[in-house]
Write a protein that binds this ligand. Sequence first.
Ligand SMILES: CC(C)(COP(=O)(O)OP(=O)(O)OC[C@H]1O[C@@H](n2cnc3c(N)ncnc32)[C@H](O)[C@@H]1OP(=O)(O)O)[C@@H](O)C(=O)NCCC(=O)NCCS
Length: 205
Amino acid sequence: MQYSSFKERLSVVKNTNEVFYDNAIIDTPCLTLRKFCKEDATAVLEYGSDDLTIKHLIWDGNKTLEEALTNITEYYWTSQGIYAIELKSENKCIGCIHLRLKPNHEKASFGYVLNRAYWGKGYMTEALDAILILAFEKLKLNRVEASHFVGNEGSGKVMLKCGMLYEGTGIQQEKVKGVFVDNVHYGITKERWESLQKNKAESLK
Ligand SMILES: CC(C)(COP(=O)(O)OP(=O)(O)OC[C@H]1O[C@@H](n2cnc3c(N)ncnc32)[C@H](O)[C@@H]1OP(=O)(O)O)[C@@H](O)C(=O)NCCC(=O)NCCS
């Protein structure tokens, strides 16, 4: 498709603010994705102060409750597409998932982090599945992509489980905490996502 102007290109992804507003709360079987509140500061400190949890992140984490609160008010509240992941059974925030829109390309990337006490229970797969519905069904994007650093293959498994495909590895692509690291890339197009959803629906018949 040819676009005649920058304005026209932007208008293809319509009313993104409105879509985020309408989807401020996303319900899944075990989780509620919702806006962070000040009361989440202890929970943010819990995952943000754990060295193993932040090992493969660019984020340096939080060391104090004050830092965690600032993280909520200065970052989580000021960026579009950031959701707290609340575990319904405990009414507790156990992590964060962030859909980062790149409207010019009708695509988005994402990042996520989960409290270590809740790893391996399928929660991030459940959260990412919901975020992909937001991206493709509600925001009408054409593509979603993400990457993880080599050594953090668990993150790639979540992406694969949600239907994303491995697209290649950038050698020494980033310098993270003083070390050059390889970056493993995954992506999924709207076409592939829709076809996977169709297959899923048919297998349930
Ligand atoms: C990566 C992370 C988000 C995974 O969340 P999670 O809720 O534990 O993932 P899920 O339970 O949905 O797991 C999905 C699959 O990945 C596998 N997996 C998850 N973490 C894994 C790990 N560390 N090592 C190997 N496999 C892993 C699970 O076993 C599961 O596969 P299976 O169904 O075949 O058993 C979580 O470990 C985390 O927050 N890590 C620290 C922050 C981080 O690295 N964020 C990503 C930056 S790119």
